[in-house]
Design a protein around this ligand. Structure first.
Ligand code: B1M
Length: 210
């Protein structure tokens, strides 16, 4: 036990694309908890981010890492969805306008979905109008925004303002997360919570719906 989790993390960090899906399958076969496997995939991606920041990886490597993450998730997702899906509440989730980073958002979506929430995943680079429409048509109780680019943080305020203008702000709680978010930013933007990782995101949404 543990050795297979390391393999998952290392395969992703080293961009060994052929090894990622088999490593996830091996960890499942060894009886590792799917949520723990997911956490190791997130650690592998964090390793990719560090190597990029050190100048050892380039943009093309980041795209490969995104592919690797998708391949691993394809194997893992059916095992994460054992819970009572969709019963705990509806969450509209996306990455904000101007920002195409979606790996962290996808992780949060997978974790929340397996924890029993109905996730309306609008994807990345999503306008405030689309979010308002999705909240209204799905009667969502919460909105989750992923934000990685500092120049795009004003997109958060645009969502808050659009929900207010539509008369929906009192019906939804809003959480933000992503590499460039801080508590100070969350306070300034007028959102209800900040999640630092996918596990914290689950705790936050549990609080929103209880
Ligand atoms: Co870009 N990128 N990127 N990038 N990229 C960052 C974010 C950056 C910090 C790298 C750097 O320069 N050091 C930097 C932003 C600087 C800033 O503004 N602060 C940056 C930049 C500048 C850019 C471009 C502008 C580069 C360029 O073109 N010159 C460009 C932007 C394009 C655009 O969006 N318009 C760009 C492009 C890309 C790729 C397409 C190549 C690729 C994205 C692929 C994809 O997502 N499909 C990419 C990647 C991979 C990264 C890094 C290396 C890794 C991001 C990631 O996936 N992390 C990133 C550097 C870094 O973060 N260290 C970087 C792994 C992921 C699991 O973590 O997303 O943080 P994260 O999610 C975590 C938590 O944050 C949290 O839970 C997740 C799981 O634990 N979380 C939430 C996330 N959302 C949440 C929501 C919640 C709660 C928790 O509640 C709702």
């Amino acid at each position: 036990m543990g050795e297979q989790l390391d393999k998952v993390k290392t395969a992703l960090r080293d961009l060994d694309l052929d090894a990622i899906a088999p490593a996830v399958q091996e960890a499942l076969d060894a009886g590792e908890e799917p949520a723990l496997i997911l956490a190791n995939m997130a650690d592998g991606m964090a390793g990719v981010g560090d190597l990029f920041e050190k100048g050892e990886y380039f943009l093309a490597d980041l795209v490969l890492a995104g592919e690797g993450m998708k391949e691993g998730l394809e194997v893992l997702e059916p095992h994460l969805k054992a819970g009572d899906r969709g019963s705990k509440g509806t969450v509209v989730l996306c990455t904000v306008k101007g920002d195409i980073h979606d790996i962290g958002k996808n992780l949060v979506a997978t974790m929340l979905s397996s924890a029993g929430y109905n996730i309306i995943d609008l994807g990345s680079d999503v306008s405030e109008d689309k979010i308002v429409e999705a909240v209204r048509s799905n009667k969502a109780g919460a909105v989750g925004l992923s934000v990685l680019l500092t120049p795009m943080v004003d997109s958060i305020a645009a969502v808050v303002d659009a929900l207010k203008a539509a008369g929906l702000r009192d019906q939804v709680k809003i959480a933000i997360g992503g590499a460039c978010t801080t508590q100070e930013l969350a306070d300034r933007m007028g959102v209800d919570a900040l999640g630092r990782d996918a596990v914290e995101a689950i705790r936050i949404f549990e609080g929103f719906f209880n």
